[in-house]
Design a protein around this ligand. Sequence first.
Ligand code: GDP
Ligand code: ZN
Length: 305
Amino acid sequence: MASATVLRSSGGVYDVELEDGTMAEAVLRGRVRLAHRTGDRVVAGDVVEVTRHPDLSFTIEAVVPRRSQLARLAPGSRGRKAKVIVANVDRVVLVFATTRPEPKARLLDRFLVLSEANELPALVVLNKIDLVSDDVASAFLAPYDAAGYETLRTCALSGQGVDALGAALCSARSVVTGPSGVGKSSLLNAVQPGLGLRVAAISEAVLKGQHTTVTAQLIPLACGGYVADTPGLRELGLWGVDPEALPVCFPEFRPYLGQCRFRRSCTHTHEPGCAVRDAVENGDITVGRYESYKTLREEAVNSPR
Ligand code: GDP
Ligand code: ZN
């Protein structure tokens, strides 16, 4: 048996990368196949044990326990098994533009909650810094710097920040996402020629309505590391986070949790003596981030159980 990494799946066939870097196609067998049918799906990023048969075909015999995953619950299925999008990722890279399109901080907060809920570190990339003043860029990033997130300013045209982005991507497995038009393809192409095109081709297939066959895929980088493309992630609304689990998904709230008058039962929305709301009033938590918390809490409370 040999170890391999699943890069993508299509119609029951898995493209796997063997340890020596060669590619093979494999199908599921035995218990793995059964587990897959009952919901323990094999996804991009999974490390699997494969057997090579005399006819040179490969079968996947076992899945190595995941060290991390990016998952969500299907809408309305809270409490049921999480839908795993990609396995064994190290980081989520969230790309926004300074302008064209205008950056939506509340959307960024939504992605950050997804990262936190999966206990994955996030890197916030603000691209197109050539189009605004430093002050404008800083104002957008300040709440994220303050919350302890790694942030990066880039310009895909001039190459500013591209080395730093490349260093981050080449050393790990990253899920890269963000609204369309912010410059993701341009940035990926700047890191590795042609990379953005490969990712765009997948996204296009999704736009054409081939949702069922196009799942996440892992693209190996020449410099080491992988970029995971996760079609459909951008369109997701609810992440299936329980309202009770939400406050801790805002890192800057953490010092105040447990400090409220009503302790654990405080929802940080209206209660007297709320340490989180006090921190907002004192300027230690930004109003925008707190607004995101309230919006996402509202959604979580109202989503079907
Ligand atoms: P994607 O949809 O996120 O992959 O975005 P693209 O990479 O396709 O870029 C969208 C548009 O923004 C293209 O016209 C790019 O040339 C432009 N663009 C990308 N990065 C930058 C940048 O840093 N500065 C400026 N001014 N334009 C950029
Ligand atoms: Zn509170």
